[in-house]
Each structure stands twice: as structure tokens, then as C-alpha cells.
Design a protein around this ligand. Structure first.
Ligand code: FEO
Ligand code: CA
Ligand code: CA
Ligand code: CA
Length: 653
């Protein structure tokens, strides 16, 4: 009866209600199934990790660690689908997928974890555990095939491989060989061992995987030790080194992952340049199992949430990126050369081009400002605060410390920009700002992020206490994704439109009428659904994170954070054009304590791929508070699921 009040559109599924069930809830006529889950083998010669062995800690032995290098890793975040046999084939029944593994939940993988302090302390007691941990993060490349409508892994495939903390990466682009990328293990500054904290991702038009290194600061320890060692030094090199770390600062004491227990490169006082070798976008060629993955320095270094691409009308490749932290920026990269039809010729396409950072103006226009040493005088003349030391000496340093360059260029500090992605139908770009409740007086994040930020609401981030997040829509000038100017508007102010605590703003004029200059401009419970008039029809939503588009150009959103009605994270769909623009409906709900990530369609739209990350993350190994996905009393497992229509028609239609 609800849908009768709105015109028909290309989304025909029956919306679900928000749920607190410990399972994946999907609409009537749909089903979900596990494609790959933590510990599942990718090889005919290695078995799956059983619950009994997990609870007993058998995975933390030398053999368990070795097996993990051929099993699906932990906390899968992004997934991309690459058709077989070639990138431009339809991938009807065979494909390679790339999935990344962001981090580990200590409490769910380490027996008796509660008896120890830091993870490094735990590793001293269980000395082979860190070998396992190094193999449980990174990425999975695996062939999948579709049988009876469901995708499953092809264990014998030569495409299958794990990328871990031990996998060699090549550093490419303008910062390769820069002195800040040189370490005792790699004096040339050309290679890095491993990747960590890969979050969202994207695929390139020529069929490679772009995976974004996000909270890489958390794997490095002892910044306090480095500060103590260099305190009082008047050597400009020492002063600049400390400053280079300030805007993406490693942990003062022990790190979250604990790798410093046995490896000095994770102790910043001992290996001060190692953190500069993380925080990049990685490129992996899923079609070439022998190709070393690469870290692309041309795309800048920050807490990369995502790296999504679009082939611009003029054939240049544009990569959209968010820096997921409070008051950080939105970026894009435009390749210098055009995309070549011969995929091998695109190997270095993302090594040369221009990085831009976004400024959102009050009048609804915006600018992409080049993060470029040679053309930006302010980057040439800036000094390290309180000194005469140049902030940057070259473009490589600008890229390594891209956040500071964004500060100097006057980029707009955003409410945690997560996924940024262009709609392939309309070419408009959507920015998911997940939340930020710190735009109120007295809040400062100076101690954490190396600058004194006191940002009150601005027109692009209009709430002082933005608990539920918002989505911005960017229209590039001339629909040219390489343009340096754009117009923008708020597409969604998330929340619960049925809540009596807030206003449901229905028209653009309403949103524009609100005095955004005042700190009390908008309440956190005020909502706006792209002007859609029926607050009683739309689903409540909070903390938008990853986004995607179906073939019709509908926007699909998955969430990671508190929901305004207290239900679990989920999946939502909303038309971006037409009379139902803004008519957002819930499609799926996730299990206990999980975030829903991924959100990628197969090219035929018959499967929606979702990553269920950290199910049951407030439980303890052996006494789970989620049994996803295997049910019964099983341990929770981060899982890549497929969602399909039982009649095999496209999802959402
Ligand atoms: Fe890994 Fe910004 O979420
Ligand atoms: Ca995310
Ligand atoms: Ca996406
Ligand atoms: Ca998030």
C-alpha cells in the first residue's frame, strides 16, 4: 500500500523494515548465500579453518599461519568483479573477484586475549600468532563460477592468490624513490612489504583493482619515542620529519595490530619513514597472477576510503577519492593520458596526471584545486609552522603529505567523506559523508590530526551534530568529469524522517531557507531526501558508507554506524532522477554488530555482492554474540555474500 502513493520506478522490490535479527534479511522473492567466508580455503591442498580449531587457536600455529595465506582473510571490506575471460566480456558464469581484508577483531580471533594488554604483549606470549595476523589481512583474488544462479569459488583456479603483509609491492608514480620513502630495508624507496587496512575500492575501465589503504596509522607504534629522540633538535631535517608525520600520526605507544613486537619497521622511532610507505591506493591486476601489486603515489597519501573510476567523455581516467576522517577532504585524480583500448598500455596510466582537492562554495559552485607544487605558489612558499623551513621541496613531498597541501589550498573540511563515486548513467558524482558530531563549540581535534580545527557547520556540512550523515551530489561542469569546476547540492540528509524530533524538509527551498551560518542551523534529526515529498514512505537511514549504482543509475547505499531507529546496518536503494528522486527504500539488513560493505553488482545485475564485516564484534571468541553466516552456535565469520532474485531476474527490478 505504501508504494501506491508514489509513481512507479525501476526499483520494484518490496522494501524491508529495519531489523535486529542476527541474519541477512532480504525482500520477499530474494535469497542470500555465502560465497566466501573467513578461513575458507582457496586451494585444493588446504582445508577450511573449522570453528573447533579457531576456538582452540590452531590458526595461530606455524601451520595455521601458513594455511591462512591460502584461505580467505578477515574483515572483507571491498569487492570488485572482473569478468572472464576478458575485462570486456560479460562474465556470465565465470569471473575473478578481488576482495580486501581491512583488519582483525582481536576479541574474535585470539583465545584468552583479555588476559593481555596490548596486541604486542599477546604476541610475546603466543609468538606465532603474529605470523597468522600478517596473513589474515590484505586481499584475496579468486576465481568464482556461477552454478544454478549462485557464485562459488573455483579452488583449483590459477587466478587464486592472497596478498598479505608479506607480499612485495612496487611503489610507482612521482614519489617513488623520494627520500621519505627510503628505509633501511629498502634504501632505494621503490618497494614495500605488504598492505594494511584496505577499505573501500574500485575497478578501472581496463580491469584492474584499486584498493585504498585507510587507517594505516594504527599499525605503527611509538611516535612518542620518535618525538623524544628528536626533541630539542634544531636540525631542519628533524623538525620537518616530525611535521611530515603530524597530519597522519602513528600511535604514540603500542599499535593496534602489535606487529612491532617482532618487527622494528613498525616502531617509528626505529624506522621513521616506514609509515610514509602506507596510506596509498594500491593497484592489482587480477588477470595476471604473476604481476606484483603496486602503490600509486600520484593519487596522494591520506586515509583513503575509496578509489572509484569513470572514463570521462574525453577518455581520460578520473579517480574519485575520500579521506575518511573528521574534517578531511574529497579528492580526484585525472590521468594525463587517455585510456588506451589495449589494456597493457594502461599499466602506467595512473602514474601521471593531476591530483585535485575539492572546495565547496556557499553559492552552490565548487572548484577542484590542483594539488600541484609547480602551479600552486602557496605550496612553494609555505613554511613548517613556527619555522623558516619550507613545508614542501617538491611534488613528491606534496603527495606524501597531501592533507597538509589540502589545508594550504583551502579545501573544504568534510564530515568524514567515505565512498565517492560517479553515476555511470548521469556522470554525476555522489559523496557519502558518514557522520561527524564535532562541529559544535568547544570541540577541537587538534591533538589527533595535527592542526587546530574548529569548524562550525558550513553549507556543505550543515549540521553541528551530524549523527546520521549526509550525501552530496556533484554535477561536473559540462558533465565533464575532468572539469575543474562544478555545482553541487545536498542529496540526502540522513536520519529518521518519521521522527517527531526533527523536520522533514521536502523542497530545495526549505533546505536553502535554513540559516546555515548559525550553529543551530539544522538539528541532527532534520532530514531531507532530495526533495521527495513523502516522509512516510522513505526508510530511515544513518551512516552512509559505501555506494554503488545499478544499470538504471539508481544509487545503492550500505551503512556503517548507528541507525536512527536502533536497528542493524543495511543496504538501501534510491532513484537519483525522475519523479521518485529521493524515494529511498531499505533492501537488506545485516546480522548483529556488523557493517555492510562492498555493494557491487555483477554486470548483468543478477547478483548483488555484499561484504558482511565484523559480525558479532562485541562478542568474545568461544562465546559469540552472532552466529553469522553459519547459524546454530557457530562462531561469526566475516563473509562475502551474494543476493539474488529467486526467479533469477536482475536485483532491484
Ligand atoms: Fe574503513 Fe572509512 O571505513
Ligand atoms: Ca568504509
Ligand atoms: Ca562502490
Ligand atoms: Ca565507515
Amino acid at each position: 500500500t505504501k508504494a501506491a502513493a508514489a509513481p512507479a520506478d525501476s526499483l520494484t522490490f518490496t522494501p524491508i523494515e529495519g531489523s535486529t535479527e542476527d541474519t541477512a534479511v532480504v525482500p520477499e522473492g530474494y535469497e542470500w548465500y555465502s560465497i566466501l567466508q573467513f578461513g575458507q580455503s582457496l586451494s585444493p591442498f588446504v582445508s577450511d579453518l573449522s570453528d573447533a580449531d579457531l576456538v582452540a587457536g590452531k590458526h595461530l600455529t606455524n601451520k595455521g599461519a601458513k594455511d591462512q595465506a591460502e584461505q580467505f582473510g578477515y574483515n572483507n571490506d571491498a569487492v570488485e568483479f572482473f569478468a572472464l575471460p576478458t575485462p570486456d566480456s560479460n562474465g556470465k558464469n565465470n569471473a575473478v573477484i578481488c576482495v580486501n581484508h581491512e583488519y582483525i577483531n582481536d576479541n574474535l580471533v585470539y583465545p584468552d586475549r583479555g588476559s593481555y594488554g596490548s596486541t604486542a604483549d599477546y604476541f610475546m606470549a603466543y609468538p606465532t600468532a603474529d605470523k597468522w595476523a600478517r596473513n589474515a589481512i590484505g586481499m584475496t583474488v579468486a576465481e568464482i563460477e556461477r552454478k544454478h544462479g549462485k557464485w562459488q569459488v573455483v579452488k583449483s583456479s590459477g587466478f587464486n592468490r592472497r596478498i598479505t603483509m608479506n607480499t612485495p609491492f612496487a611503489l610507482t608514480g612521482p614519489a617513488r624513490k623520494n627520500e621519505y620513502l627510503q628505509t633501511s630495508a629498502n634504501p632505494a624507496g621503490t618497494r614495500v612489504k605488504g598492505t594494511y587496512n584496505n577499505c573501500a575500492a574500485g575497478g578501472t575501465p581496463w580491469g584492474t583493482y584499486l584498493s585504498a589503504e585507510e587507517n594505516t596509522d594504527g599499525v605503527f607504534s611509538n611516535f612518542a619515542g620518535l618525538e623524544a629522540a628528536l626533541s630539542g633538535s634544531t636540525d631542519p631535517k628533524d623538525i620537518k620529519l616530525l611535521d611530515m608525520h603530524r597530519r597522519l600520526q602513528p600511535a604514540s605507544g603500542s599499535s593496534y595490530l602489535g606487529f612491532e613486537a617482532f618487527d622494528d619497521r613498525f616502531d617509528v622511532a626505529k624506522e621513521p619513514h616506514e609509515p610514509f610507505r602506507f596510506g596509498w591506493v594500491c593497484e592489482v591486476d587480477p588477470y595476471d597472477p604473476g604481476a606484483a601489486p603496486r602503490k600509486l603515489t600520484a593519487l596522494g597519501r591520506f586515509k583513503h576510503e575509496c578509489a572509484t573510476t569513470i572514463e570521462a567523455a574525453n577518455k581520460h581516467c578520473v579517480v574519485y577519492m575520500g579521506d575518511d576522517a573528521r574534517f578531511e577532504y574529497v579528492y580526484k585524480f585525472v590521468s594525463e593520458r587517455k585510456i588506451n583500448k589495449n589494456r597493457r598500455r594502461n599499466k602506467n596510466l595512473l602514474n601521471k596526471g593531476t591530483l585535485y582537492v575539492a572546495k565547496f562554495n556557499e553559492d552552490g559552485t565548487g572548484e577542484w584545486m590542483a594539488v600541484d607544487y609547480d602551479s600552486q605558489e602557496v605550496l612553494q612558499t609555505a613554511k613548517v609552522e613556527g619555522t623558516d623551513i619550507p613545508q614542501f621541496d617538491n611534488q613528491a613531498e606534496v603527495l606524501i603529505n597531501a592533507r597538509r597541501a589540502g589545508d594550504l589550498l583551502g579545501a573544504t573540511p568534510m564530515d568524514r567523506p567515505e565512498d565517492v563515486e560517479a553515476n555511470p548513467v548521469t556522470r554525476k558524482v555522489y559523496v557519502a559523508c558518514t557522520n561527524n558530531t564535532k562541529r559544535t563549540s568547544g570541540d577541537s581535534i587538534a591533538e589527533r590530526d595535527g592542526r587546530d580545527v574548529q569548524q562550525f557547520p558550513d553549507i556543505a556540512n550543515p549540521r553541528p551534530a551530524n549523527s546520521w550523515g549526509h550525501i552530496i551530489e556533484i554535477s561536473e561542469d559540462g558533465d565533464d568529469n575532468t572539469a575543474t569546476s562544478f555545482t553541487w547540492e545536498i542529496f540526502l540528509l540522513a536520519g529518521d524522517p518519521q521522527s517527531s524530533a526533527g523536520r522533514f524538509l521536502t523542497q530545495d527551498e526549505d533546505l536553502n531557507d535554513v540559516d546555515l551560518g548559525s550553529e543551530e542551523a539544522l538539528d541532527r534529526d532534520d532530514t531531507y531526501y532530495a526533495g521527495f515529498a513523502h516522509g512516510d514512505l522513505v526508510s530511515p537511514i544513518g551512516a552512509p558508507d559505501n555506494i554503488s549504482f545499478d544499470k538504471q543509475g539508481n544509487l545503492w547505499i550500505v551503512t556503517d554506524g548507528s541507525q536512527p531507529t536502533g536497528v542493524h546496518n543495511g543496504t538501501f536503494a534510491v532513484p537519483t532522477e525522475g519523479p521518485n528522486r529521493g524515494y529511498l527504500r531499505q533492501f537488506m539488513s545485516g546480522p548483529n554488530d556488523s557493517e555492510v560493505c562492498g555493494c557491487e553488482f555483477t554486470p548483468d545485475n543478477r547478483t548483488l555482492l555484499l561484504n558482511i564485516q565484523h559480525p558479532g564484534d562485541r562478542g568474545v571468541l568461544g562465546t559469540p554474540n552472532s552466529n553469522f553466516p553459519n547459524g546454530g552456535s557457530s562462531e561469526p565469520r566475516p563473509t562475502l555474500i551474494g543476493v539474488r532474485r529467486k526467479d533469477n531476474k536482475p536485483v532491484g527490478r
